[in-house]
Design a binder for this molecule. Structure first.
Ligand code: C2G
Length: 153
């Protein structure tokens, strides 16, 4: 019997950590279903995404390891999703360890090791740091770069 696996996530600023997780899921089952958190649901999680839901869902859908994308709109939907999609395995990163054990009444639950040294939070922090550089410092930096470029010509 082909196996179905499901996971959920925001997948904002898609990076290699997200890709590694989705690849792992495709190695654990024949069919991969991904619940992508809607913008409204994320606000409830205290998360404001940079990339809107429609685009995040399109990106995840385009990943070759993924067979189906569904919107994640509530915490409660997981039980019915597992039933509706005939899920055999629920898997998610270890940052959620123990949080979804209640699903064990319906399917296998696995918490997977995360990819080290990459996260959307860190990417956002770097972007914020870059965007907080005073305008005059940025223009000065570009002037210096321009002079260097001319010298190297
Ligand atoms: N992830 C990973 N390695 C990283 C970063 C993320 O393996 N370096 C995994 C996370 O553990 C998660 C998935 O990628 O399983 C998606 O991560 P997020 O987009 O941060 O998902 P999150 O907002 O935690 O949403 O109902 C559950 C939630 O929807 C999970």
């Amino acid at each position: 019997m082909p196996k179905t696996i499901i996971t959920y996530g925001t997948f904002d600023m898609f990076h290699v950590g997200h890709l590694n997780l989705l690849r792992r899921l495709s190695e654990m089952a024949d069919r991969v279903v991904v619940g992508v958190s809607t913008d409204e649901f994320n606000l409830g999680k205290g998360k404001k995404t940079l990339i809107p839901y429609e685009q995040r869902a399109q990106i995840v859908e385009a990943i070759k390891y993924v067979d189906l994308v569904i919107p994640e709109e509530s915490w409660e939907q997981k039980l019915s999703d597992v039933k509706d999609h005939g899920v055999d395995i629920f898997a998610i990163g270890k940052d959620w360890e123990g949080k979804f054990d209640f699903l064990e009444e319906l399917c296998e639950v696995q918490y997977l090791t995360r990819t080290q040294s990459i996260s959307t939070t860190d990417l956002k922090r770097s972007l914020k740091r870059f965007l907080s550089i005073p305008q005059e410092d940025l223009s000065r930096a570009f002037e210096v770069l321009e002079m260097l470029r001319r010298d190297l010509e």
